[in-house]
Design a protein around this ligand. Structure first.
Ligand code: 5AD
Ligand code: FES
Length: 346
């Protein structure tokens, strides 16, 4: 078996890996068996990033959403969540606060809320103009004209997860979306010149290992600057309530393989990994992740931005996530750097 894993790793490095090799590795049942892959993904990560971890502060500025994604706690059908939208001042103050803490990249995230576009444009201009930070947007699908406007305002990066490239699964989970259109959005973001981030949830109901393997081949094709993945976690007020939690092991296996397929990409240790396992983000940083994203959403809104149950950082004191993430990096034998962390994968 050890020999076959080595062979498959060689195939990956030679750029020849296909779906079946990836499925073979994803289906390895124990940590011990998968360990050679973790060793290799950790080595590749160190080769390109040393012990450096980039930090991106996230501000969840609006939970209004026009879509009804089945897994998501802020989907439009959830009447139990109080809707909020931060003011320009609140967004700017959160960015200024993170800069003081040495965090030089801000991620502005929201539900898909085009009603916020004017606010987003103002926020991007002001943060770029006065704070000179790198700005990432994570606000969903727009036409390329919309993406161009954000770019002209100064946005540097854009995160839009594909969630799953499995046509059937995508359709079932996203009654308002079209997989082809989502894919087009990603290519148009890239063409416009954004550093593009995409990603998936791992362990979705009815998601096969083959489907995760194909997602990974899609990443290799798109070659994004960042790939954010996290375990699926059910939310009690969504149609997927009561479904089984994903598991951290499968998520880590997927992360390690993405590191091998896209050696220089930015791979975050995500909040969902920290939710499913208290040491999830640490483990991720040890086996190939090189980014962490502390939460800088003003405390009073955090309860209303729960995409899944038991999300961590919700009742933490404001500013705590910055020091907490430094501790997580240290525990993983790494160090958070004061850098905008522009992509190496171009
Ligand atoms: N479990 C895990 N991740 C989720 N996301 C949304 N809902 C859930 C959930 N129930 C992820 C999606 C989205 C990102 C912002 O959060 O992948 O793109
Ligand atoms: Fe938020 Fe640890 S990162 S409390």
């Amino acid at each position: 078996m050890a020999e076959t894993i080595k062979d498959i790793l060689k195939e990956i490095h030679a750029g020849r890996i296909g779906e079946s090799g990836l499925v073979r590795l994803l289906s390895l049942p124990t940590h011990d068996e998968f360990q050679p892959v973790f060793d290799e993904s950790a080595r590749i990560c160190r080769k390109h990033f040393g012990d450096r971890v980039y930090v991106r502060g996230i501000v969840e500025f609006s939970n209004y959403c026009r879509k009804g994604c089945l897994y998501c706690g802020i989907n439009k059908a959830n009447r139990r969540v109080g809707r909020y939208r931060l003011t320009l001042e609140e967004i700017f103050n959160a960015a200024a606060f993170m800069k003081k803490q040495g965090v030089l990249t801000v991620v502005l995230q929201s539900g898909e809320d085009p009603g916020s576009d004017a606010l987003v444009l103002d926020a991007v201009r002001r943060i770029k103009g006065e704070l000179k930070m790198a700005v990432t947007l994570s606000v969903g699908e727009r036409d390329s004209g919309g993406y161009r406007e954000f770019l002209r305002a100064g946005a540097d990066r854009y995160l839009l997860r594909i969630e799953s490239t499995d046509p059937k699964l995508f359709k079932k989970l996203h009654p308002d979306d079209d997989l082809e259109y989502r894919t087009q959005c990603l290519y148009s973001l890239k063409k416009l010149g954004y550093e593009v981030g995409t990603g998936i949830m791992v362990g979705l109901p009815d998601q096969s290992l083959e489907s995760i393997a194909r997602d990974m081949l899609f990443f290799r094709e798109l070659n994004p600057a960042m790939v954010g993945i996290g375990p699926f976690l059910p939310h009690q007020d969504t149609p997927l309530r009561g479904r089984k939690n994903s598991d951290i092991f499968l998520t880590l296996k997927t992360l390690a393989l993405i590191r091998l397929l896209l050696p220089k990409s930015n791979l975050p240790a995500t909040t969902a990994m920290g939710t499913i396992d208290p040491t999830g983000r640490q483990q991720a940083l040890k086996i190939g992740a090189n980014v962490i994203m502390p939460n800088f959403t003003p405390s009073k809104y955090r309860e209303s931005y729960k995409l899944y149950d038991d999300k961590i950082c919700v009742s933490e004191e404001y500013g705590k996530c910055a020091s907490c993430t430094r501790g997580i990096a240290r525990a993983a034998g790494k160090c958070i750097v004061r850098s905008k962390g522009y992509s190496k994968s171009k």
